[in-house]
Design a protein around this ligand. Sequence first.
Ligand code: CIZ
Ligand code: SF4
Length: 321
Amino acid sequence: DARRSELKAEIKGLLKARNAVMVAHYYTDPEIQALAEETGGCVADSLEMARFGRDAEEQTLIVAGVRFMGETAKILSPEKNVLMPTLEATCSLDLGCPADKFSAFCDQHPDHTVVVYANTSAAVKARADWVVTSSIALEIVEHLDEQGKKIIWGPDRHLGAYIAKQTGADMLMWQGECIVHDEFSAQKLKDMKALYPDAAILVHPESPASVVDMADAVGSTSQLIKASQRMDNDTFIVATDKGIFYKMQQLTPNKTFIEAPTGGNGATCKSCAHCPWMAMNGLEAIKSALTDNASDHAIHVDDALREQALVPLDRMLAFSA
Ligand code: CIZ
Ligand code: SF4
């Protein structure tokens, strides 16, 4: 409508005036992803967002995603001004893994290598030997397992269980989960598959094992997008945040994408395949990041913490290079 178009035009002007660029996650709302693309920013997963931000010429980054993504961008680009539409946008994995408790858990197992998922605070990353994203987690754990390392894995227990099953690595798990992926239901997925027998099932490994077991392709957001391009099926049932349909549909407009069902045993869904924190990145919030006091939007990471967190992040970046 008229108000939305007006807001988009204002944001475009503000981005230019402030020498800022917007990076958006695949899970944000479609109009936010479209705006990032129209304004020369990028739509990506958390790691690609941070890399794009680091390499961008602009000195101000607007991170349309959740807080750990802003922190990762700041850790890689400390000289840049990293702003978030709202600092309240968090993640159940980050919330469920407080640094003090996680650190105490690690202290109890000093002979273990600590591997943490990117969906964590800077303080948890600072305690880790390795940071991984879902696109590189398997390879890194395989590499550590080949060296005979025992691993502490946190915080996503479903992703950890999937990696342990694939690699056979010795992994102690932190018991966290993503409220979006944890809700996908294998029972309901069976019923849906019966209705669409020719559909391929794409699953993000933050989903429960019973759902992962039904997948034709398992992978990170970027890997699932690639699978949707590569596979011949006309229809895909997708078990990840439905924000991803924007990119899938853009790349293959003739294919049909269906949300995997959520909420087992008659329960209604809570997140319903869309992350409530990603959804906070609306047009008004983006405009406020460009106009309000920086203190309400800027990401700060303490210098000492930043240096510690950079070590396991750089290790991952070097491994994937
Ligand atoms: O589930 C998430 O929040 C993901 C997939 C983040 C990421 O690495 O892009
Ligand atoms: Fe966290 Fe899940 Fe939201 Fe991703 S989708 S930010 S893992 S709660």
